[in-house]
Design a protein around this ligand. Structure first.
Ligand SMILES: *Cc1c(COP(=O)(O)O)cnc(C)c1O
Length: 499
């Protein structure tokens, strides 16, 4: 006999099944028909708000079944699908279906992966996930770490570990002002904005960042890096950390990590690599060379919700000597009486990172890694890179498109109205930047495809980043057609203003 529900919060077993089966049907439909649906909605935020007038915080609640049906439809109609085969905007992957189911299972079990006693098997699964990710990208077994919400948090975690490892411990009591020297962090101009947030939030200030110039191909200039470090040392500053980039967010470049690693060794600096996007590509045998030096990193940020196709959220930080995480994050108040704080007795993840209560992020990643296997993931990443190259080649061959850059799975390009009789007039940088800026907005609103932008040598460009196992050659061909057609139309409208 099923038990009747005894709280307004509960669902009866029957209700749960009905809603659940219907939900699984809707999700399966969504996954399999997404390519035919608009990628996003074009309605305004006022109209979106209006869609919610149908929902209310009532005194006595509503039927769960109706609520779920309505809500599923609402979300399908007014969302942006980063799993759509033509979504190539920001770096969020198509969610692996097994990851979607994993999230459901994980929240049903609902372990609190802070202390092992609260999450006996989940803790072991997270540890194994970390080992597998490390193995997948070719790191040695010493690396440990944890899953976090995303790249920002993974990079912050690396930053804080670096600080503990390399600056005098007295700052724990006295704060940074107790260290009579400025702690300096080095990174290239192509580094993601997390680094600015980190220096502000953690009390160092923006002027503790040395922005090292990049070469033509957007890689950090390692000579300039070394010279800058030397200058800081002679000025009495305390260099402590260098950030290398393995797949920059704009154009996908990978720094010469092996050279940066040598500079770090020479000056005893922490080498952190931001591979939030690109690091999984290190698993491809043909890219081993490109990523050489990654195995020297003291810490690495890598987002499973980017190039390991996990549903949001899943970031990951890997640290060569995980003791640095414990030294940074562990605190043991009296009200925590977990059986044994020693790692032999229990692995308590709250001691390794910023969070206390933690969800079971690892499950979806753990399931996906096993389901696809190493070769399956390598093939998916390789295909994304192929599609990105195809995008570049088709743009290069098109009379009205200029292919600008292609690295990993990121391509940048722009629309250029070369056919125009007034060639010189329309090839003006300002005009082309305005044209492409507006073209981007028009493309995004169209719901047909979704790109973002990058500035490549002052040129406003359209940027496509492909981390999507649903995208095909045909999608890329169609994207080229759509961009060319909308570009032509927009140029026609904009140029007529000038005539
Ligand atoms: C996406 C990205 C980040 C930020 O990651 P979130 O998951 O959005 O916090 C940081 N660095 C790089 C290189 C990225 O691509």
């Amino acid at each position: 006999m099923p038990l009747p529900k005894n709280s307004a919060l509960d669902l009866s077993e029957q209700e749960f099944k009905e809603i659940g089966y219907q939900l699984v049907d809707s999700i399966a439909y969504l996954i399999n028909n997404m390519s035919e649906m608009p990628l996003t909605t074009s309605i305004s935020k006022e109209e979106l708000k209006g869609k919610l007038t149908d929902y209310s915080l009532s005194d006595d609640g509503v039927s769960a079944k109706e609520l779920f049906n309505k809500t599923t439809e609402l979300l399908i109609n007014y969302s942006l699908f980063n799993g759509h085969p033509k979504f190539m905007g920001f770096i969020t992957s198509a969610p692996s279906p097994i990851g979607i189911l994993g999230n459901l299972l994980g929240s049903a079990i609902n372990p609190n992966v802070s202390a092992q006693i609260l999450s006996p098997i989940a803790t072991e699964i997270e540890k194994q996930t970390i080992e597998w990710i490390s193995e997948f990208i070719g790191l040695n077994k010493s690396y440990g770490g944890l899953l976090v919400s995303g790249g920002n948090m993974a990079n912050f975690t690396g930053f804080l570990a670096a600080r503990t490892a390399k600056i005098p411990n007295s700052f724990k009591e006295k704060g940074l002002s107790g260290i009579n020297t400025k702690c300096i962090i080095y990174c290239s101009k192509a580094t993601h904005a997390w680094v600015e947030k980190a220096t502000i939030l953690f009390g160092h200030g923006l002027d503790s960042i040395r922005w090292i110039p990049t070469s033509d191909n957007n890689k950090i200039d390692n000579n300039e890096l070394e010279e800058t470090i030397k200058k800081d040392i002679s000025a009495g500053n305390l260099p402590f950390m260098v950030v290398g980039t393995a797949g920059d967010v704009s154009t996908g470049n990978v720094d010469d990590l092996d050279i940066t690693a040598k500079v770090c060794k020479k000056y005893n600096l922490w080498f952190h690599i931001d591979g939030a996007y690109g690091a999984p590509a290190a698993a491809l045998p043909e890219l081993k060379e490109l990523f050489s030096g990654m195995t020297e990193a003291d810490s690495i940020a890598l987002d499973p919700h980017k190039w390991l196709y996990a549903p949001l959220e899943a970031g990951c930080v890997l640290v060569k000597n995980p003791e640095h995480l414990i030294n940074t994050f562990s605190s043991r108040p009296e009200y925590y009486k977990f059986d044994g704080f020693s790692p032999e007795l229990a692995h308590n993840f709250y001691e390794y990172g910023m969070q206390n209560s933690r969800g079971f992020r690892a499950l979806k990643v753990w399931l996906m890694l096993q389901h696809s296997g190493k070769n399956g993931i390598i093939e998916a990443i390789r295909k994304d890179i192929h599609l990105s190259k195809l995008f570049f080649d088709l743009a290069a061959a098109h009379p009205n498109l200029e292919a600008l850059t292609q690295n990993l799975s990121i391509t940048t390009l722009r629309y250029v109205p070369t056919h125009d009789k007034n060639k010189n007039k329309w090839s003006n940088l300002n005009y082309l930047n305005r044209l492409n800026e507006q073209l981007l907005v028009r493309l995004q609103k169209s719901g047909e495809l979704f790109l973002s932008n990058a500035i490549v040598k002052k040129k406003f460009s359209l940027r496509a980043c492909i981390v999507n196992f649903k995208t095909s050659d045909r999608d890329i061909q169609e994207c080229i057609m759509i961009i060319a057609e909308k570009g032509k139309q927009l140029h026609f409208e904009m140029s007529s203003e000038y005539i």
